[in-house]
Each structure stands twice: as C-alpha cells, then as structure tokens.
Design a protein around this ligand. Structure first.
Ligand SMILES: [Zn+2]
Length: 474
C-alpha cells in the first residue's frame, strides 16, 4: 500500500481511495507564457511518479492537470517581458491566445520527452470561466464575499479550514503586507483574495459576469476546475511547495467553503530546485529548460534519473557535475541489464528475485522513496540472479521509474502511436480517453464536444471494437 506525506496533517498517511474505481489526482499545471524550466519539470515528475505508483498498486489513477492560459498578464507586461520568444511573437503581431497555444504545445512536447504518462484531462482556464463564475456566485450566496465596482473578494476570516495547509496565521508573517498592488486597494485585509476583477485597459481576456465585464482571480481557477472534473472531494492534490501559500491555501479554503466538502484529502508538495545553490531567475540565466540540458549533452532521461536519485521532498541543488554523475550511473545500469543473457548467466537462484521485488515495492510505497528504490535496482543489477529473471525485474520496475532501464522507454507517455508512426500529443490522447469515458457513461454531447477538440488539434478518433477510440492524424 502507498503512503504519502500529507502537508495538512504533517505525517505519512496511507492512501485509501475515496472510490474503488479510481484515484482522483489534481496537479497545478503550467502558466503557458514561457517554457517550463527544470524546476517545474521536477514537480510534474512527482505527479508522473505518483500516477505510476498508483498503477503499480493495482489502482486506476484519474489525473487532471490544468493549463493556465488566460493571461494573468497585461498586454503591456507581455510587451515588456524580457522573454525573447514572447517579444518575437508580439513583434510578429501574435495575440496572447496564440502565444498561450504555442507554449501549451511546448509543454506537451516536454512532457513526452520526460516520458510522463498523459493526464486524463488538461482543462484550460480560459474555457472554464463559467464554472469559476458559478463558484464565485455560490460563495457570494453564502455571505463570505464583499466588493464593489466590479471587484469581488473572498473574506478569509469566514473560510473553513483557512491556515490548516500552510500554517498561515492571519495578520502574521508572510500573509501580511501584500496590499501594495493598486488593484487590491479595495481589500479589507491583505490575506483576502480576488474572485473577480473589473476590466482594465490592455487586457485581452475579458468575460461578462454578474459583477460586470472582467476576469477571474487566479486561485478560483484550480478550485473550480478540480471540482468540475474530480468532484467536491478527491484523493490527492499535487504541486510545487512554492504554491502552498497563498495559492493552495486559498484554493482549499474557497472550495471547502463553496461545496461543504473536504476538497483534496491528501496534499503532496514537491520541494524546490536550486541551480548551483541559487534560486533560478531570468537575471542569472539559470532557468534551464530541457533544450538547455540537451545542448549540454544531457538527455531528458538522464535528467529524469537524476531527479529520482533524490526524494521529492528534499530540495535539489542542480549542478552539472552531479547531473553528469547521474547520467553515467544510468548508462552503467542499462549496460548491466543489457549485458545479462536471456537465460542462465549469473548462476544464482531465481527465487532471490522475490526479496528484491518486495524491497522495491516497500520503497515506492513509503512516500515514493525513489532513491531507496534505485538502490534496490542497482543491487539487483550487480546480483548473480539469472539474466532473464533480472531483466524481468527491470521491466517491472521501469513501469514505475520510467527511465528506460532496458535501454528504451515504453513510449506510453509519448501518446498512442498513430498510423504512419507519428505519435499523437499527450493532450490529444487525454482527450480521446475522456471521450471514451463519456461514451461509456452515455454522455454523448460531451463526447462529441471532445471529438471536436481532437479534430481542432489536427487528429481524429476511430472507434475500435473494444469501444476505445484510436487516435490518428487527419
Ligand atoms: Zn493550482
């Protein structure tokens, strides 16, 4: 059984799924106005490891990862950004929407290169504003909001469970002193946060609402989309530790107040990644992307392996030297497994495999302890177990580690192969899976809408005899 360290109860808690048929998992996804850097990827790897561990336990994960694409960014900010890609896109007359589409594609490409299993749904914030408005109205009806002139704020003093996640205490420490932004001058206290903001000049994304033309605050995005796809209570919420406050604290307080449910039962947070002991930043030019790594000869699998050598709750200090040592270790491991003959060689007894199996499972079950699991893998590679037995172990374990222990990755994370050998993007595969589910549950209108989105992405879906749709390029 899988135990996970829960940020709210501050201890390891066994995962007991709310529903027998699925484990609901929500992950805060990327803001698509830049490339994701290796720190983001380390967090998304936590989700991937979790999905794989849940499957390894014989359970079915249902994963939702949002795409923040509605530009919590002004046109002027976009124009002023130092990012060369955005600057070039702006110069070429591209809209914020087009830029978001570009970086969403780049994000999916990085996910495939990292061998991440696709999530079941990748909801885009920009197409879920009605759900956010509905939640804001729900909160307004409960008397926990205030505001005027097109602004609606959440009063955190009336929130259920506020502070339980991050330990935030009203009026103290990091919660205080956030009133300097002009748009927040109407707030009663620094910790309160916006559910809706009035239209301001230069903003490209605006919606009509009961409070006038405007746009939703950031925190309501995840709360509303998690509720839509996972219900008022679900199993696990994942994110980087930097999102714990205020984003997660606020999402949780708001969702619990709106629905009366417990929202996520377990909160799992990935620790920071530093580069050469310093926080990544544009000014230090150390916001490395997967492309930066590849240009230095480090493959995505080398980086993935490197991340797994540390527990996800341990802050990581990325250095090229340490990354180089990990790449060598992975190469040695692959060599050891491929050097094993199909049978016989080694001469040891096959029943020794059970001990390795048990220890690997215990390590992963113990709050996803990948470094301990890797130690078992190295030991098995050096052991005198028969070659076919040890290769079978490597195959089983790679379903969790996903680094290509036998020299190749399973390819599932790259999406289902379309005829002609071209893999469909993970997003399209996710859409096809969601459509399969809708069809099984006879929600045909939703299934048709999903098919339309698959077509918009340049693919189509053909229904197989088993009832599952096969994705192919149009
Ligand atoms: Zn979020």
């Amino acid at each position: 059984m899988l135990s996970l360290y829960d940020t709210v109860s501050r201890k390891k808690v066994p995962l007991v799924p709310l529903r027998p048929d699925r484990v609901g998992i929500y992950t805060c996804g990327p803001t698509v106005y830049r490339y994701v850097h290796i720190g983001n990827l380390r967090t998304y790897l936590l989700t991937d490891l979790l999905l794989r561990a849940v499957r390894f336990d014989g359970l079915a994960p249902f994963s939702v990862q949002n795409i923040t694409d509605m530009g919590h960014m002004h046109q002027e900010q976009l124009a002023q950004t130092e990012d060369k890609v955005i600057a070039a896109a702006r110069a070429a007359g591209k809209t914020a929407k087009e830029i978001a589409e570009f970086f969403t594609g780049a994000f999916f490409r990085d996910c495939r290169r990292m061998n991440f299993l696709p999530s079941d749904v990748y909801p885009r914030a920009s197409t879920h504003v009605p759900e956010m408005i509905a939640m804001a109205k729900e909160l307004e009806g409960k008397g926990v909001t205030y505001g005027e002139g097109g602004y609606l704020y959440f009063d955190v003093t009336k929130a259920k469970g506020y502070g339980e996640l991050s330990g935030a205490v009203l009026g103290e420490g990091e919660t205080a002193g956030r009133t300097d932004e002009s748009i927040h001058r109407r707030k009663n206290r620094p910790e309160d946060f916006s559910l809706w903001l009035a239209a301001d000049p230069g903003r490209e994304f605006l919606w009509e609402s009961p409070w006038g033309l405007g746009w939703p605050g950031w925190h309501i995005e995840c709360a509303a989309m998690a509720e839509k796809y996972l219900g008022r209570e679900f199993d696990i919420h994942v994110g980087g530790v930097d999102l714990r406050f205020p984003h997660h604290e606020n999402s949780r307080a708001m969702a619990m107040t709106a629905t009366g449910g417990r929202f996520a039962l377990l909160w799992v947070h990935a620790a920071h990644l530093l580069v050469d002991g310093r926080k990544m930043s544009k000014s230090l030019s150390n916001e490395y992307t997967l492309d930066d790594l590849e240009s230095r000869g480090v493959s995505p699998m080398d980086f993935r392996y490197h991340c797994l050598t540390l527990h996800y709750r341990t802050p990581m200090n990325f250095t090229w030297a340490a990354q180089g040592a990990s790449a060598k270790a992975l190469a040695r491991l692959r060599e050891a497994f491929s050097g094993k003959g199909e049978t016989g060689a080694g001469g040891g007894r096959a029943d020794g495999a059970e001990g390795f199996r048990r220890r690997f499972r215990e390590a992963i079950g113990d709050d996803l302890n990948a470094p301990r699991a890797l130690a078992v893998v190295h030991e098995a590679a050096r052991s005198d177990l028969p070659g076919d037995v040890v290769r079978e172990l490597a195959r089983e374990w790679d379903a969790v580690l996903g680094v290509g222990l036998l020299g190749e990755v399973s390819g599932e994370g790259a999406g289902e192969s379309a005829p002609g050998g071209e893999a469909a993007p993970a997003e399209v595969v996710g859409l096809a899976r969601s459509r399969d589910r809708c069809r099984r549950e006879r929600r045909f209108a939703e299934a048709d809408a999903l098919r339309e989105r698959i077509r918009e992405a340049g693919y189509d879906v053909v229904d197989g005899k088993d009832g599952a749709g096969r994705v192919r390029k149009r």
